[in-house]
Design a protein around this ligand. Structure first.
Ligand code: DSN
Length: 440
């Protein structure tokens, strides 16, 4: 980045600092990953200079011959990888993509979306009242069972009585396999479209360690930057089944993306998605996906030895959701202390959480990024022990009820955490460990 260093040393320095941060900590937010250098090169290429409203061979601007080839390449790679006949690779990210899907099929304020409640691990765009999905469409939510699992009988019951037009399956904090076949049967019974939002697990599906929704869903949406390990972005796919349900579904999606919701696609992002899809089709990526799950399972097993209460009891995929109620620590407190110690996770609500979303009772952690660095089961044993030590250091630190007492609490707690010798010692050990696992 020699040009940047000369022209804007302030931004250059900030990027360098972030690079060092990413190198020296354990990135364990399950929706994050490290892209390859090739993906970043495509993302930082001259393609960022172009405007190309429209689709290949039907553009509203001149000079798009090469962009057409880039977009077609991304489309063909996605179709092959996910086994679908149609894909739109232009959505800027996951939330716009879901908005575009709803726009293509639903009448605002009339038709209904049914999705997993945000408080139980669904996404904002699956019908949460604070998001456009809950404001502009009718919604109904399903929740998890008392064991933290999807309850398909209950979902069927709700679908029968509520008659949603779209059922969304997929989650941001669900540690188990999703039974897409069952969701497909439910959607068929109530004549709803099934949207599988596979943003979190797309890479696992490609690697063959999670079943694919392609035979059962009508539409599949995925972001491209999580387990799939591409740049930030998203894709909307229509399956064979979806095209049988509605022969114009692909056309409707295209129109909803552009001109319905977006303007010019980010061609540099499209190129970087194409690169990531090529990488994901390689045998090494299969091994990567397998190791992501092996690592998550190994980590869960170790955490169990320290009596951590995991929602659903463990994991089948890349993530673990820990309910810290039994450890008497608030999730926000735990996430802060872990960051001081060099372990970056996110605070997260747990099923039936009585705390507000900013101070939830749990933390969510995952293995996609640390697996990209090459870490294996042996490192998971160490990480679990570190997490346990950190949590012991902050045992009993609960967040006070009122706003005023909360800010005083945080001020004291932050200083205490940053000066805690055991947390700082772990941060040093992690810095040492991460040097053996370079970023791509
Ligand atoms: N923000 C993503 C996640 O962390 O799961 C979902 O969009």
């Amino acid at each position: 980045m020699s040009q940047l260093k000369n022209s804007d040393p302030q931004v250059f320095e900030l990027i360098k600092e972030e690079e060092i941060r990413q190198k020296e900590v354990l990135e364990m937010i399950p929706s994050e990953n490290y892209t390859s250098a090739a993906v970043m090169e495509a993302l930082g290429s001259v393609l960022t200079n172009k405007y190309s409203e429209g689709y290949p061979k039907k553009r509203y601007y001149q000079g798009n011959k090469i962009v057409d080839s880039v977009e077609t390449l991304a489309q063909e790679r996605a179709k092959k990888l996910f086994g679908v006949p149609y894909v739109n690779v232009q959505p800027y990210s996951g939330s716009p993509a879901n908005a575009e899907i709803y726009m293509s099929l639903l009448e605002p304020l009339k038709d209904k979306i049914m999705g997993l409640s945000l408080a139980f691990g669904g996404h904002l765009t699956h019908g949460a009242p604070v998001s456009f999905s809950g404001k502009y469409f009718k919604t109904v939510a399903y929740e998890l069972s008392e064991h933290g699992l999807l309850d398909y009988d209950k979902i069927f019951e709700i679908a029968k009585s509520e008659r949603p037009k779209i059922i969304v399956c997929g989650a941001t904090a669900y540690p188990r396999i999703i039974d897409f076949k069952k969701f497909g049967e439910i959607a068929d019974e109530v004549e709803a479209f099934l949207l599988a939002d596979i943003s979190h697990i797309a890479g696992l599906i490609v690697a063959g360690v999670h079943p694919s929704p392609a035979p059962y869903a009508d539409i599949i949406m995925t972001t491209t930057h999580k387990t799939l390990r591409g740049p930030r972005g998203a894709m909307i796919m229509v399956t064979e089944k979806g095209l049988l349900e509605d022969t114009e579904l692909a056309e409707k999606i295209d129109k909803a993306v552009f001109p319905g919701f977006q303007g010019g696609p980010h061609d540099n992002q499209t190129a970087a998605i194409a690169v990531a899809l090529e990488e994901a089709g390689k045998p090494e990526f299969q091994k990567y996906g397998q190791q992501v799950v092996k690592n998550a399972k190994a980590l869960a097993l170790e955490l169990k030895k320290f009596d951590f209460d995991m929602v659903s009891g463990g994991t089948d995929n890349h993530l673990i959701l820990i309910d810290l109620g039994s450890k008497k620590v608030n999730g926000a407190v735990a996430a802060y202390a872990l960051e001081v110690a060099g372990i970056v996770v996110n605070k997260n609500a747990v099923p039936n959480d009585t705390m507000p979303p900013f101070y939830p009772s749990g933390i969510r952690l995952g293995t996609p990024a640390i697996t990209t660095r090459g870490m294996k089961e042996r490192e998971m044993v160490k990480i679990a022990a570190w997490i346990n030590t950190v949590l012991n250091e902050v045992h009993g630190e609960q967040v006070p009820d009122t706003k005023e007492t909360r800010s005083a609490f945080w001020k004291i707690f932050r200083t205490k955490a940053k000066e805690n010798e055991n947390l700082l010692k772990i941060a040093g050990e992690i810095k040492e460990l991460t040097q053996k696992f370079p970023l791509p």
